[in-house]
Design a protein around this ligand. Structure first.
Ligand SMILES: *Cc1c(COP(=O)(O)O)cnc(C)c1O
Length: 390
């Protein structure tokens, strides 16, 4: 697929000749009649009468890798399946950053795991805050390039659509950054919410809505890595299946860094079932339904007197700013009286008045709307206007 090779200098020097753990499954890849090399039990557990989980799984089950390669239109050699994208993030940090040195660049407000993985690895995090345009957010690409250069960072984490912003990053901006830092850093594009991000098609049959993945731009760009997950659009957050799609040489390094057996047998079975044509058609239908509910939720929130802004969202959640920090308490309180829980974002810098709400089912949204309107007791006439105008 890609003719350019992955720059070996970007891999941690002390790991360049590291081959990782050699499990029974990896040290004998051929076939055999009788397998006695992994200390597995010779009979199934009563909970698993067919013995499907009796043996250790393949570290990267080929049928799942193939199915994901098909789903993402990617080269199977460049795919690493892990325990959610969370593990993929961790693998990238561990493979590319020396503990205590190097560094990663993030663009706040963003997904917390980038900084958590860096911190656990003893790696400094350099944040380049996003610009807030009132209805969307944008990444400061020049700032990211400058900070990455100045600090010698090895990794840049971008999310498109972002969490909690809901905003997409224009593809040329991502690709320019990849090219600008190609001799120094891997740019990771987290596409966890890509399925929700395309232009809407209101065909009753439900047209395609996913945005365009930058996986199609990997060829010739060895320092771009793309993260995908089955946790969001595919409805399998509990199964923990995430994928990094990248240059095959980087993928090899990441597999060596990975803890053994990342795909348990029951997880493999459910993931394969989720990638069947029928399940995928069902997923596409559910995504479409979610987008319709997103509009509804947006209207319900925007109409609330304590809500100042609802950001445009390309994902399955909305980020809203209230008139002030206390108003967040009021909104969260109203919802919680109806046993509805949403995410308080006030702990994040620049979001001291914000709340994030996942787009739920139509029935969930009925309840949210009811909770939000129930609370709009007409306030004393003279305060109504001042509240609305803020
Ligand atoms: C939810 C989310 C993920 C998914 O993580 P998994 O470990 O795959 O469940 C990844 N990135 C972002 C930005 C997210 O919000």
């Amino acid at each position: 697929m890609s003719s350019a090779s992955f720059p070996a200098a970007l891999v941690r020097e002390d790991l360049r000749d590291f081959t990782g753990y050699s499990s029974a499954r990896t040290s004998h890849r051929g076939t055999a009649r009788i397998w006695l090399n992994a200390n597995e039990a010779c009979a199934p557990n009563a909970a698993d009468p067919q013995g499907r989980s009796r043996r250790y799984p393949s570290p990267q089950p080929p049928e799942l890798v193939e199915a994901l390669a098909g789903l993402y239109s990617a080269d199977p050699a460049g795919i690493v399946v892990g325990r959610g994208s969370d593990e993929a993030i961790d693998l990238l940090v561990r493979a590319l950053c020396r503990p205590g040195g190097d560094g990663v660049v993030t663009c706040s407000p963003t997904f917390g795991m980038y900084a958590v993985s860096a911190r656990l690895h003893g790696v400094p995090v350099h944040d380049v805050p996003q610009h807030d345009h009132g209805d969307t957010w944008s990444v400061d690409a020049d700032g990211v390039a400058a900070v990455a250069r100045r600090t010698g960072a090895r990794l840049v984490f971008l999310a498109s659509p972002g969490n909690p912003t809901g905003s997409s990053i224009p593809a040329p901006q991502v690709l320019n950054l990849v090219d600008a830092l190609a001799d120094q850093a891997v740019v990771v594009l987290d596409e966890a919410y890509l399925e929700f991000s395309g232009e809407r098609s209101d065909m009753p049959s439900g047209g395609s809505v996913a945005g365009t993945s930058l996986i199609s731009e990997l060829a010739g760009r060895p320092t771009l890595a793309v993260l995908r997950t089955l946790s969001k659009a595919h409805g399998l957050a509990g199964a923990r299946v995430g994928t990094v799609v990248c240059h095959p040489e980087l993928a090899t390094v990441l597999r060596r860094v990975q803890a053994p057996y990342p795909v348990p047998v029951p997880v493999l079975e459910i993931a394969l079932a989720a990638l069947s044509p029928r399940a995928l058609a069902d997923t596409a239908y559910r995504v479409h339904a979610t987008l319709r509910q997103r509009d509804r939720l947006c209207s319900a929130l925007s109409a609330h007197p304590l809500v100042r802004t609802v950001y445009d969202s390309r994902a399955n959640f909305l980020l809203a700013r209230c008139v002030d920090a206390d108003a967040v308490d009021a909104v969260i309180g109203e919802l919680s009286e109806h046993d509805i829980v949403v995410r308080d974002m006030r702990h994040l810098r620049g979001l001291q008045d914000a709340v994030r709400i996942t787009v739920g089912s139509p029935a969930d949204l009925d309840e949210v709307s009811r909770a939000l309107t129930a609370s709009i007791d007409p306030p004393p006439a003279n305060t109504t206007e001042t509240t609305r105008n803020r």
